[in-house]
Write a protein that binds this ligand. Structure first.
Ligand code: APR
Ligand code: ZN
Length: 385
């Protein structure tokens, strides 16, 4: 007689969860706190209870309509940290109870980009395909009987959110979620731009245009790479104290000079800086950053999100002489592999982005958090549920 081994069937006893979320119903309007329904995760999806989420400059850009492929209504937020609530069939990378960071740039691990060691721009990003819906082209969110779109697959401005398993990374069990949420975007983006993309060398000179949460993280990266001169540039001098605290050796305000800032930087350095970083997201500062780096060997890195549909105009001679111009997403990190390591580095006190958190607010005060960012009063606001 043939005896068949018992079939193991996993039952996924997950139900719809009702919770709080911030919904963007229309472009350029304040977010509205709503009760939403969050459906259970399907196969290869994970439902996460978000504990804390940062407000990043990109959330502000997206709400103003300057990011492509966004369908309304949607739930923004992409800098969160939380705990796995339930998993769909086939998920092996995390289990309920794990501490996690949702990945706004996924790492599917299978596409030609993921298999290429020289890029982190997985083919599953919104730059290739919209991430406004789950991979099966449906939404897990409803509100007032209406389907609500996701954002970058992770929508961290919801107390519970669902994401594909390619967009989640498990982190240390003892990581403080209200701090390490910054590793989901802001800190990793700026720090990686210096470490991975520019590959800043010891003893070099760096210039950082824009000293918001991301620009200050570039400062941290330049310092830890051993740069000896770090010049911070911002039109808001209130950002200078923190920049100096994190390692900037000089801070300048373009508005204090009659001549263009690129000329000021060339005079300060002789032939330009070794590395320049644009962390504002304006086309004029992008070109100014390029001009400011050494004409023969300088590298300029674009970190700030370019305005939707913008074009650059610049003298090609700037590149002809040997400058390198490049950009990066999330600091060039292959996210699923690297973000847990960055969090471990934080736990080992290798760097301390806590100083970038100027405000911690209850989630309901989300619009206050955006006002603080827009008025230049905050670096990073972390919202806690
Ligand atoms: N020159 C120098 N600094 C400027 C200029 C300018 N012309 N215009 C604005 N700034 C400064 C602002 O004063 C602010 O301190 O740039 C900084 C931008 O910081 P935030 O608005 O806090 O944004 P942040 O979260 O740091 O993101 C910066 O990086 O990832 C991208 O999408 C993000 O484009 C955004 C950029
Ligand atoms: Zn991929």
């Amino acid at each position: 007689m043939l005896i068949f081994p018992p079939t193991v069937t996993h039952t996924f006893l997950s139900t719809v969860i009702k919770c709080k979320a911030a919904v963007a119903w229309e472009v350029d309007k304040p977010l509205s706190i709503e009760e939403v329904e969050v459906a259970p995760p399907k196969a290869h999806e994970v439902r996460v209870k978000i504990v804390a989420t940062g407000i990043c400059g990109t959330d502000d850009h997206v709400l103003k309509g300057s990011i492509p492929n966004i369908d309304y209504p949607f739930i923004p937020g992409h800098e969160g940290a939380g705990i796995v609530e339930s998993i769909g069939e086939g998920v092996t990378c995390v289990k309920p109870g794990d501490k996690v960071i949702p990945l706004c740039l996924p790492q599917c691990g299978e596409c030609s980009f993921c298999l290429n060691p020289d890029t982190n721009c997985c083919l599953k990003t919104h730059l290739h395909e919209s991430q406004n819906l789950m991979p099966d082209k449906t939404s897990r969110f409803t509100c007032k009987g209406k389907a609500i779109h996701h954002f970058l697959w992770i929508s961290t401005f919801s107390e519970y959110t669902v994401m594909p398993d390619s967009a989640i990374a498990r982190i240390d069990d003892d990581a403080p979620l209200d701090k390490v949420c910054l590793f989901g975007c802001g800190f990793s983006t700026g720090y990686g731009a210096a470490i991975n993309t520019a590959k800043v060398k010891p003893g070099s000179t760096c210039a950082i245009f824009g000293l918001g949460g991301v620009g200050l993280s570039v400062v941290v990266g330049c310092k830890s790479a051993g740069a000896s001169r770090i010049i911070g540039i911002d039109i808001n001098k209130d950002k200078f104290t923190k920049a100096r605290e994190l390692g900037a050796t000089e801070c300048i305000n373009p508005q204090d000079f009659k001549k263009p800032i690129q000329e000021v930087l060339l005079e300060m350095t002789g032939h330009g800086v070794d590395y320049s970083f644009e962390v504002v997201g304006h086309t004029d500062t992008m070109v100014a950053a390029l001009v400011s780096c050494h004409m023969g060997s300088g590298t300029c890195v674009l970190v700030g999100t370019p305005p939707l549909g913008s074009q650059l105009s610049f003298d090609p001679l700037l590149l002809f002489t040997g400058r390198t111009w490049k950009g990066c997403l999330i600091g060039g990190w292959k996210t699923k592999d690297s973000i847990p390591k960055l969090v471990s580095g934080y736990m080992e006190k290798k760097f301390n982005p806590d100083v970038l958190i100027t405000h911690t607010l209850p989630f309901d005060k989300i619009n206050e958090g955006f006002e603080l960012l827009q008025s230049g009063k905050s670096i990073h606001t972390v919202l806690v549920f």
